[in-house]
Design a protein around this ligand. Structure first.
Ligand SMILES: NC(=O)C1=CN([C@@H]2O[C@H](COP(=O)(O)OP(=O)(O)OC[C@H]3O[C@@H](n4cnc5c(N)ncnc54)[C@H](OP(=O)(O)O)[C@@H]3O)[C@@H](O)[C@H]2O)C=CC1
Ligand SMILES: CC(C)(CO)C(=O)C(=O)O
Length: 298
């Protein structure tokens, strides 16, 4: 399969690198990473390993492929969609956190599949990405049900050795992933701890409260998510990615803008709409916004 990975940072380089073991992959990213990959290939180290030579470019305009996998940060989704719209793809799959698929679908004239990824990834240096936890990719039709495009993409991912499930209940799974991220991302970013620190202790309690609030909001939105299910998912991801510095902690480490609005901000906004209290997410969002304002990245 010809696959364009749009946003070759941590997750995009990991997924693109693993896919490149059997598929024809092009990474769209930034220099110096892109130049390094072009010159010397890409190495994937850690919990999954590969040495591959995908194509790489900083220019995503006018590309054609069977599949585009979107792995930019949520706040770059609209711009990514505008660029992808200049090309041609049989399907576009988001593996981002947050509920970004609608932004893609409203700007693209092709099938947009929903996806979640619980692999841990960290771009250590140009040309080298670490897999810091083997999780799973779950993908399927954005509004639920089955879709032949999802089956094809699922097979392509599995052929490349990625643990992948094709699901018919993506609306529920997207909210479950949002609950997991509400539990993990801000807590690890603010406490400066790896995901495994949320297995027990004081940070774990905060994480579970944030996830529980997200479940309440999901249910108010008509999504059949149970707290038991979300709690089990949170515990599983914390264990699978114990060594990972979450994507939000990586942002804080690097002094970059975070996905606070797409995760905790989204939960709070929808909670307000439904007249539900979400004090933990509100507090986490407030602290991250204050940190971003202090760093001048807001
Ligand atoms: N890292 C992880 O372990 C996991 C991450 N995720 C999710 O995956 C998504 C990506 O996260 P992550 O990989 O950590 O983020 P990164 O910031 O590491 O990667 C995104 C990359 O896309 C680049 N980019 C953005 N726009 C363009 C463009 N127009 N052209 C070329 N490159 C572009 C960014 O460059 P620049 O910064 O210069 O704009 C950056 O290098 C997020 O939604 C995250 O929540 C999900 C599961 C695990
Ligand atoms: C799966 C997990 C929690 C991995 O850290 C993630 O989604 C992230 O870091 O954003």
């Amino acid at each position: 399969m010809e696959i364009l990975v749009f946003g070759a940072g941590s997750l995009g380089s990991l997924v693109g690198g693993l896919l490149a073991r059997v598929h024809d992959v092009t990474l769209v990213g930034r220099d110096p990473h892109v130049s390094q990959v072009r010159a010397d290939g890409l190495s994937v180290t850690g919990a999954a390993a590969a040495r591959v030579a995908p194509d790489a470019t900083t220019d995503g305009e006018g590309r054609t492929a069977d599949l585009a996998v979107v792995t930019v940060k949520s706040f770059d989704t609209a711009a990514a969609a505008e660029t992808l719209a200049t090309g041609e793809f049989d399907a576009v799959l988001s593996l981002q956190n947050g509920l970004t698929e609608e932004t893609l679908a409203s700007r693209l004239d092709t099938t947009v599949l929903a996806g979640t990824a619980t692999y841990g990834a960290h771009l250590r240096e140009p040309g080298r990405v670490a897999c810091t936890g083997v999780g799973r990719v779950v993908l399927g039709a954005r509004t639920g049900g089955s879709d032949p495009a999802a089956e094809r993409v699922g097979k392509a991912f599995r052929d490349a050795g990625l643990r992948t499930l094709v699901a018919t209940d993506m609306p529920r799974r997207r909210w479950e992933k949002l609950a997991v991220n509400a539990g993990i991302n801000a807590v690890t970013a603010l406490a400066r701890v790896e995901n495994g620190s949320l297995a027990d202790g004081p940070a774990a309690e905060v994480a579970h409260r944030a996830a529980r609030e997200t479940v309440r909001v999901a249910r108010a939105e008509g999504v059949p998510l149970t707290y038991r299910g979300a709690r089990a998912a949170l515990v599983e991801v914390v264990s699978d990615t114990a060594e990972n510095r979450s994507s939000m902690l990586q942002d804080v480490d690097a002094g970059r803008r975070t996905e606070v609005e797409a995760i905790h901000g989204e939960v709070v906004e929808r909670a307000d709409r439904h007249g539900i209290d979400a004090p933990t997410n509100r507090t986490l969002a407030g602290l991250l916004r204050a940190w971003e304002a202090g760093r001048g990245v807001r």
